[in-house]
Write a protein that binds this ligand. Structure first.
Ligand SMILES: Nc1ncnc2c1ncn2[C@@H]1O[C@H](COP(=O)(O)OP(=O)(O)OP(=O)(O)O)[C@@H](O)[C@H]1O
Length: 625
């Protein structure tokens, strides 16, 4: 059974959930990172190692049994017993090998599974800003290709290494028992090989890591370009993009080739070393036999051990070189672990890992009826200029608040703060009766339904998409919302209706936007956040969304961002942002009288500015909340 996630290197998750990406004290050694992944499956690891040792012992006993059979040829002792022992050792060796392979398979698949679960968990619960710093495709390669490299390292490389050492030491001991002088020759060869290996290995790990980083970069580039494939084709830029992708693939190939050349050097060195030492043993041994210092059967047994040493040395060199790729992969996987998680008094990750306390608090407006309050809020993205400065804003618990301003003014960033995708550098945010810093991000988010600018669909069916926020939405409620947003005919046109698998390509931009709005309306949350929710829809759907906003604003708070000012002029409160500052707020009529920027924005959109709203903007009447 898989260990619970809470057991898998839990301390990694809590080292510094709100802190920096590089852990204090620098990077732990690569081998420790690998060990952290193997540790939860220690019993399986021990079992595989034990089976390996059993197989090694059986193989080590074979030459001695062979010697006994040879010694019995002169008739002074019976041949039956040594023969039975030899057969027993062969059977034991075969059984141990099978057992070890199955245990190793279990171990390696388990380690890969754990690593993938860890990364899935971290990606979903990481703070958004550091997560979004890497291209999606690059992150995907860590879960797909890096974890596969880990498999070899975590299983056969490590157990093979342990077995190799045991076999090597065991064979040397047996050889020492047979002839202590001759073993000196073997030891010199082993020593020379170890020094050569020690010099070659580190460069293999480094180039492997760089090659894997290039694969990640390729994934990121490919993902980004495939998303923009229509623009690339329309621009006839395929060749430019292909050249760039090929360059990255070439870099990865060259780095891997360098690692392969170093591996080949290491393995050839070890193989040649073994052959040379066997020849030396044969030469020295022949002299000792001719001098009568050892028997022929002892030399045969010694040579059998010498040949056996070839196996563990080969196994060790393969394991050590294979391990380098796994260690490089472990480091890249660890970098995902180091992404700071969303935290707070009750971190979301801690809950995912089995925490029991819940800090979800009901949304209750403050005594003066305020829904949301921002005081002295300054915010920006890590490493960048401040984006919002000194925002003081009080929003009611019911009604429609529209955020407007020129592109880049900070409107979406303000929504990100409300949703806690971003934490303020200073200042305070309050939602009804509680301050943001008192509760977790997920608790805060339970009060919101959010429609983001790009209206992405999640992989799955239309039903999955509609139930993303409210998992209990009834079919009746879903059809009602679909009717309201003119989506019913779209659903009826899908082969499996609500159960049809949908993707970015199966719906138009406007349809995706309506699905996103439908899922938010089904959520029935106190605060509805709409970022450009009408940017891609036709006039009739825009009116339907507008009616839904008016509806929701009667009982809850709706905060919208819209560039089409005609959709916000009848909001209860319009907030004007410019260069990250709140420069005006009030109703349409108030702003017409007080805010030149507001007037300019309206004029740019050719919305009449000389008479109150309602008479001049077709289709929109002021609502009372
Ligand atoms: N993830 C991010 N990392 C770094 N900077 C960002 C990030 N998102 C936005 N910004 C910067 O913050 C500033 C405000 O961006 P924001 O998206 O909040 O503006 P906006 O008013 O919503 O613009 P628009 O109307 O064009 O959507 C911009 O200068 C932008 O470059």
């Amino acid at each position: 059974m898989a260990p619970p996630l809470s057991c898998i290197g839990t301390e990694l998750w809590f080292t510094d959930p709100m802190g920096e990406e590089t852990p204090p004290g620098g990077e732990p050694p690569r081998t420790r990172l690998l060990w952290e992944l193997i540790r939860p499956r220690l019993p399986l690891f021990a079992l595989a190692t034990f089976a390996g040792l059993l197989g090694s012992a059986a193989r080590l006993g074979t030459p001695l049994a062979t010697k006994s059979i040879l010694d019995s040829v002169d008739g002074r002792s019976g041949v039956t017993m040594p023969l039975l022992v030899l057969i027993g050792l062969v059977v034991l060796g075969a059984f141990a090998q099978w057992w070890q392979m199955v245990a190793l398979g279990n171990l390696s698949e388990g380690v890969v599974y754990d690593a993938r679960r860890r990364m899935n968990l971290r990606f979903l619960y990481a703070r958004l800003t550091p997560l979004q710093r890497s291209p999606v495709g690059e992150l995907v390669t860590r879960v797909t290709s890096d974890s596969v490299l880990l498999r070899e390292a975590a299983s056969s490389s490590i157990v093979g290494g342990v077995n190799g050492v045991v076999m090597l030491v065991g064979a040397l001991v047996m050889m020492a028992i047979l002839d202590i002088t001759l073993v000196g020759v073997t030891l010199v060869a082993v020593l020379i090989l170890s020094v050569l290996f020690g010099r070659i290995l580190p460069s293999i790990a480094k180039s492997q890591e760089r090659a894997q980083a290039a694969v990640g970069e390729l994934g990121g580039e490919l993902d980004g370009n495939l998303r923009a494939i229509k623009s690339i084709k329309a621009a006839i830029a395929e060749e430019r993009v292909r050249t760039r992708l090929d360059e990255i693939a070439e870099r990865s190939r060259d780095l891997n080739m360098y690692a392969i050349r170093r591996q080949a050097l290491a393995i050839t060195t070890s193989w040649t070393g073994v052959q040379v030492s066997i020849l030396a043993i044969l030469a020295f041994g022949a002299v000792r036999v001719s001098e009568g210092a050892m028997t022929v059967s002892t030399l045969v047994a010694f040579l059998l051990y010498a040949f056996q040493i070839g196996d563990p040395i080969g196994q060790l060199s393969n394991s050590l070189t294979g391990l380098q790729a796994g260690l490089a992969a472990a480091r890249r996987i660890r970098q995902v672990d180091d992404m700071p998680a969303e935290g707070g008094p009750e971190s979301t990750v801690s809950k995912a890992l089995g925490g029991s306390r819940t800090d979800i608090r009901p949304f209750t407006p403050t005594g003066d009826g305020s829904g949301m309050l921002l005081s002295g809020v300054h915010a920006g993205y890590p490493g960048g200029e401040p984006v919002l400065s000194g925002i003081d804003l009080r929003m009611p618990s019911r009604g429609h608040v529209a955020l407007i301003g020129p592109s880049g003014a900070g409107k979406t960033t303000l929504l990100s703060l409300l949703l806690r995708f971003l934490e303020p550098d200073s200042g305070e945010l309050r939602l009804g009766n509680h301050a943001y810093h008192e509760v977790s991000a997920s608790s805060t988010r339970t009060h919101f339904a959010y429609v983001e600018q790009e209206s992405p669909l999640i992989p799955g069916t239309l039903r999955d998409n509609l139930r993303l926020i409210n998992t209990h939405a009834t079919e009746e409620a879903m059809y009602e919302v679909l009717d309201r947003l003119s989506l019913r005919s779209v659903v009826d046109g899908l082969p499996d209706g609500l159960d049809a698998e949908i993707s970015i390509n199966s719906l138009s931009g406007g349809q995706r936007q309506r699905v996103a709005v439908a899922r938010a309306l089904l959520a029935d949350r106190p605060v509805l956040l709409l970022d450009e929710a009408t940017a891609q829809v036709d006039a009739l759907t825009e009116q339907a969304i507008h009616d839904a906003i008016v509806d929701h604003a009667r009982t809850g708070l709706v905060i919208t961002i819209a560039h089409r000012l005609s959709t916000v002029v009848d909001a209860d409160m319009i907030v004007v942002l410019q260069d990250g500052r709140l420069i005006a707020q009030g109703s349409h009529d108030e702003l017409l009288a007080t805010s030149p920027l507001y007037k300019d924005l309206l004029s740019a959109l050719r919305i009449p500015t000389d008479s109150p709203v309602g008479d001049d903007v077709p289709g929109y009447g002021r609502h009372s909340s």
